[in-house]
Design a protein around this ligand. Sequence first.
Ligand SMILES: Cc1ncc(COP(=O)(O)O)c(C=O)c1O
Length: 297
Amino acid sequence: MSLEKEALLRALGAEVIRTPTEAAWDAPESHIGVAKKLQREIPHGIILDQYRNVNNPLAHEYTTGPEIIEAVVSTPSTSTRPSTGKVDVIVAGAGTGGTVTGLSRAIKKEHNPECTVVAIDPKGSILAVPASLNTEGDGEQYIVEGIGYDFVPDVLNRSVIDAWIKTGDEESFAAVKSLMRTEGLLVGGSSGSALAGALRWLKTEEGKKVADTPGKNVVVLLADGIRNYMSKPWFLKSAMESEPSALAGTIQQILNKEDSSETKENGSAVIDSIRVTSASTQETTAQVSSISPSSSR
Ligand SMILES: Cc1ncc(COP(=O)(O)O)c(C=O)c1O
């Protein structure tokens, strides 16, 4: 679990106990084992239990699902962007499986019984069916958070899922980067897995039929945002070591040309060689200066 998630819980007043990711789900030191021990010892202790609580898939059947259906139904079909007016395919990562199970029920019960539901499971997890899909990377640790398990949670109803795609960390993080850079969508790792999996499914025999039919709607669920993961090495590496933007050279040239005496007059600061000039209030100036004072410029 990321530092950001822990900090958020602590801010709400929670005690956070970290347990080893590699512990088997039924080991006493796993998150489930520790939760059970605490429940036994703490008077009136209760485990809300996302793995067995029927309200988990129900929340998606009655809220997330209808929201998606409404968005697709209300998007008009035009000659440039034709639409069947239906959710033809839905792709979502599976952790507890509550999301994908609830979405499948919501869509198939009335809106479109023919909808193809594709669940995404990381390599190293055992949720996918058939089980042979899970042999590659069996038992390996993966970095993407929120999807995959070493047991099948009760709330995951695999009979309402039509296809499974296994994804790896690398393709997931590459897809996150692509969503950020090309769509401006600041999403977390499991969203990258969902996109990478969706694109791979669209190249399967079934998927090609959808990809080749104008107007088909493929909905990919992006489960959370990057703010949950900003201290994670995979994100920092991707963001801070990315190739420079198209404007980087131009900016450098402009800054190199600038008259340094003008800078002294206005007051400025340098953050990684980008100059921030003329802060409008003293407060802002102080904040900027404290990042990296540039008194010599
Ligand atoms: C970031 C992220 N993605 C995907 C999921 C998967 O959702 P579900 O547990 O409903 O399968 C979760 C679940 O917590 C999550 O936190």
